[in-house]
Design a protein around this ligand. Structure first.
Ligand code: 5GP
Length: 180
């Protein structure tokens, strides 16, 4: 796996430090509020766990899984909910946690979908933000890092279901994608 890495974009240490900062900010912002943190599987599972541990106020943790139809590395904006919450969000403050916001279509869908469940507030945290690829304008309230327009892996992000367990955010060698 390590031999497939071309270069490290963001190191494990940088990710840990930034996650702690975000956790501290979230704890401050939601003090005294009923917070539900919703991680989006599978990509955000690792970041959600680390971020959740950095939150020092009482909070609930849940996960959703959605899939977008279409080519595997391109988001089409047509989504299907594969794992849903089985309760309403009435009166609760909801924080969606994503691995990366790329075109923004997934977050747009989630904001509309969860917005119908009556939350008191609905915000977005993402480990990575790739703003150059945005197709729709979406709010990002807590952002780990901005990344260039390159396909990245590690810290939960995969290529063909591999590389999620890399501790750094990396760019893979081109031959990994061409299968050579
Ligand atoms: P969006 O709907 O914002 O275009 O895409 C969001 C999803 O696309 C992410 O949750 C992630 O699964 C996938 N994605 C977008 N860019 C990348 C990338 O650079 N690397 C990986 N591994 N997945 C990405």
């Amino acid at each position: 796996m390590l031999q497939d890495i071309e270069r490290v974009l963001i190191s494990e240490e940088e990710i840990k430090k930034r996650t702690r900062e975000l956790g501290a900010q979230i704890s401050k912002d939601y003090e005294g509020k009923e917070l539900v943190v919703i991680g989006i599987l599978k990509g955000a599972s690792l970041f959600t766990s680390d971020l959740f541990r950095s939150i020092t106020i009482p909070a609930e943790l849940d996960f959703m899984r959605i899939s977008s139809y279409g080519a595997s590395t391109k988001s089409t904006g047509v989504h299907r909910v594969l794992l849903d919450l089985d309760y309403t969000l009435d009166g609760r403050h909801v924080l969606i946690v994503e691995d990366i916001v790329d075109t923004g279509l997934t977050i747009k869908f989630l904001l509309e979908y969860l917005g119908q469940r009556g939350p008191s507030s609905l915000k977005v945290a993402t480990l990575l933000d790739k703003p150059t690829r945005r197709k729709v304008d979406v709010p990002i309230h807590y952002r780990g890092f901005e990344v260039p327009d390159e396909f990245v892996c590690g810290c939960g992000l995969d290529y063909a279901e591999k590389y999620r367990n890399l501790r750094d955010i990396v760019i893979l060698k081109p031959e990994v994608y061409s299968g050579k």
